[in-house]
Each structure stands twice: as structure tokens, then as C-alpha cells.
Design a protein around this ligand. Structure first.
Ligand code: DQA
Length: 149
């Protein structure tokens, strides 16, 4: 029997610790802690073990990605503004070589043109954008299907 693959690392990048103080029209009113609790609950419903991490340091984010293969089966990531330009995060995600889904609270395709660029898009199974917190549930469902299969 193959081992259960249910460990999901949820990674939030730069400025996402400021949720609750950022534009509520784009990001809603939940704090990062509220969001992490909701995502952990979504995970529990799907029998996924969710571990959350946030940093404003690109180096820390990269280091965390390097360490993930030892303790996660899949990645759900919202790198914030790094999404749009960090080739370092692209490369670290490639090195991690785990199934990954990208998620954004706001609809990055309907904002400033530079936000519609995602440098990690070629590495992810799917991108869920513009659905607020519910988007995290959809992203976890997508990841869970991949881990089950
Ligand atoms: C974001 C969208 C990014 O463009 C922005 O820089 C963020 C948050 C989102 O969740 O909608 O910080 O990733």
C-alpha cells in the first residue's frame, strides 16, 4: 500500500502578514491568523494536515522551500508581490519539486497589468485567483486530488 500523502505546506509571502490592514476591497477583512485558521479547517475537512508559514524575507521563503521536501507532500502558495517577479522563488519551487497550487485573494488578472504576470505559473498545477478565502478551499481540493491520485 502506498503511504498517505496528506501534508500540505501553506506559504504566504511578503505583506500578507498585513491582512486586516490592507485594502479590504481586494483582500477582505480577515487577518493572516484568521485566514490560516480557515485554511487549516478546510484542510481538516479534506483530511489534509496543513502547516502554515509566512515571511517578509525572500531569503527565508526560498530557504523554507528548500526544506519542504522532507516534511510536506504538496504546497499551496501565495507569494504576494513576489509572484510577479521573483525568479529566485521560481527556481526554489522548481527545486522543491512538489505538487503546488498558486492562490491569490484578489483577482490578479483584473488589476494593474503587472499583477497579471506570474513567474511561477509554469510550475503549478493550478492558479486560483479572486475568490478570497474560499479560493484556498478550491486550491486545497485541487491539491488533494493530485495527492490522492
Ligand atoms: C496577492 C496579489 C498580489 O498582487 C499582491 O502583491 C499581494 C497579494 C493576493 O493574494 O491577491 O500581496 O497575492
Amino acid at each position: 500500500m502506498s503511504p498517505v500523502r496528506n501534508r500540505v505546506a501553506v506559504l504566504h509571502g511578503v505583506n500578507l502578514n498585513m491582512l486586516g490592514r490592507r485594502d479590504p476591497a481586494q483582500y477582505g477583512t480577515l487577518t493572516l491568523l484568521d485566514l490560516e485558521r480557515r485554511v487549516t479547517d478546510f484542510g481538516r475537512e479534506l483530511e489534509l494536515e496543513v502547516h502554515c508559514f509566512q515571511t517578509n524575507s525572500e531569503a527565508e521563503f526560498v530557504k523554507h522551500l528548500h526544506e519542504l521536501p522532507a516534511r510536506a507532500d504538496g504546497i499551496l502558495l501565495n507569494p504576494g508581490a513576489w509572484t510577479h517577479y521573483s525568479w529566485a522563488i521560481h527556481d526554489a519551487l522548481e527545486i522543491a519539486a512538489l505538487p503546488a497550487v498558486e492562490v491569490h485573494l484578489s483577482n490578479i488578472d483584473e488589476r494593474e497589468p503587472w499583477r497579471s504576470i506570474s513567474v511561477i505559473r509554469d510550475l503549478v498545477l493550478a492558479c486560483v485567483s479572486g475568490q478570497g478565502v474560499e479560493g484556498y478551499r478550491e486550491a486545497l481540493v485541487r491539491l488533494s486530488k493530485e495527492l490522492d491520485g
